[in-house]
Design a protein around this ligand. Structure first.
Ligand code: AMP
Ligand code: GLY
Length: 425
């Protein structure tokens, strides 16, 4: 079968790498892809939001399965366009992807179905929001309703900061229409864990857990980013917690979506926080996480294409998801200055060292071949270096060792990815 992947980040590189191992696949395309993905797939110069062109390509090239990695096309309805043409596609339809596309929708869903989440109020009017904030407890969290590249949640320590957050989102419209409605929610304290779940509309099966590091700098300082590194599994997400979450969060979410006529087929990413009062949902995403995927898929034993097909066909209950009893750590190599201003176009050296090493991976995010055919940096997050190990400590040592193999000007990384591991091992 031929497979088309839609997206261009490290997540899509990891998905492509995993699909390449499927017995069912003989050719992979990726639109638009990146320089790393080009090593295993044929990259096609069609943008992720060009739904009709992508569907034309899938029809003309007899693509048997399209896998959508990114949030914006899913929220925009790419799956509906493909299905209307009778094309097989993995991901939620527009009416289900809204679980990520609108925080007002997802918070309301959780409230109505008793799914644990931070207490909140929603506003579509800045002065009403500011009035509410005058008598609020601090810290508090102000969130844009819509997609904001993972940067739409602002933690505010006092009234002045919160007022500024409302101004940024609702009046200055820093994230455009995403900020025309906002959610103001209770600030929770606890560890965070990301759990990606396969869903077929009725059955939901969690994959192994992961933990992201969202802030740009060591010690969780600096601005929020798309993610600076991950580890899997999270030692804080125990088997008991998983069982609790299946019963009180994952399955109720599936059932709620079904009841609303919004059957969720695809990957539901549940962002959890674990305060003392028990796990609470911070956010839902309608897709694989980035860089969570770069530590979860290298540990997965199943043929991923069989799992994608089971989700589409409604037979996920027949699949046993299996993960290796090992650990993985991913360290993002970024361009210095990310997530603000940074330079690109610097030559990347050292990637040959990854060849033929089965426990080490270099997933590309922002890379390209320049006009001279040289591999250069082409984004804020450039590469994700993932390493496996028999446990988290070993995986972390391996990942940091592998970061030294790679060189480019302005290379920047956090040096404390997986520091939390030391508290348990
Ligand atoms: P979100 O986009 O909703 O996932 O939020 C991004 C990040 O902001 C989360 O990963 C948390 O670190 C933080 N955050 C969001 N909501 C809360 C909350 N209610 N309490 C504490 N931290 C939060
Ligand atoms: N790593 C967070 C996300 O993918 O949204």
């Amino acid at each position: 079968m031929k497979v088309l992947i839609v997206g261009s980040g490290g997540r899509e590189h990891a998905i492509a790498w995993k699909i390449a191992q499927s017995k069912k696949v003989d050719k992979i395309y990726c639109a638009p892809g990146n320089a790393g993905i080009a090593g295993i797939a044929e990259c096609v110069p069609i943008g992720a939001m060009e739904f009709e062109k992508l569907a034309d390509f899938a029809q003309e090239n007899e693509i048997g399965l399209t896998v959508v990695g990114m949030d914006a096309p899913l929220v925009g309805g790419i799956v509906d366009v493909f299905e209307a043409r009778g094309l097989r596609v993995f991901g939620p339809r527009k009416n289900a992807a809204v679980i990520e596309g609108s925080k007002v929708f997802s918070k309301d869903l959780m409230k109505r179905y008793g799914i644990p989440t931070a207490a909140y109020e929603m506003f579509d009017n800045a002065s009403a929001a500011i009035d509410y904030l005058k008598t609020s407890q601090y810290p508090i969290v102000v969130k844009a309703d819509g997609l904001a590249l993972g940067k739409g949640a602002l933690i505010c320590n006092n009234f002045e900061e919160a007022k500024e957050a409302v101004r940024t989102l609702m009046l200055d419209k820093e994230f455009g229409e995403a900020g025309s409605q906002i959610v103001i929610e209770e600030f929770l304290v606890g560890r965070e864990v990301s759990v990606l779940c396969f869903c077929d509309g009725t059955t939901i099966k969690p994959m192994t857990s992961a933990q992201d590091h969202k802030r740009a700098k060591d010690g969780d300082q600096g601005l929020n980013t798309g993610g600076m590194g991950t580890f899997s599994p999270s030692p804080f997400y125990t088997r008991e917690l998983d069982e609790y979450c299946v019963k009180h969060i994952y399955q109720p979410t599936m059932d709620a979506m079904k009841k609303e006529g919004r059957d969720f087929v695809g990957v539901l990413f549940v962002g959890l926080i674990l305060p003392e009062k028990g796990p609470q949902v911070l956010e839902y995403n309608a897709r694989f996480g980035d860089p969570e995927t770069q530590v979860v898929l290298p540990r997965m034993k199943n043929d991923i294409v069989e799992v994608f097909e089971a989700c589409i066909d409604g037979t996920l209950d027949k699949i046993d998801l299996e993960f290796e009893d090992n650990a993985a750590v991913c360290v993002i190599l970024a361009s210095d200055g990310y997530p603000e201003k940074y330079e690109k176009g610097f030559a990347i050296a050292g990637l040959d060292t990854f060849k033929n090493k089965k426990d080490y991976f270099c997933f590309h995010a922002g890379s390209k071949f320049n006009d001279e055919g040289v591999l250069v940096t082409n984004g804020g997050r450039v590469l994700g270096v993932t390493a496996l190990g028999k446990n988290l400590i070993e995986a972390r040592a391996n990942a940091y060792r592998a970061t030294e193999w790679v060189d480019f000007e302005n290379k920047y990384m956090r040096n404390d990815i997986g520091k939390a591991i030391d508290e348990v091992e």
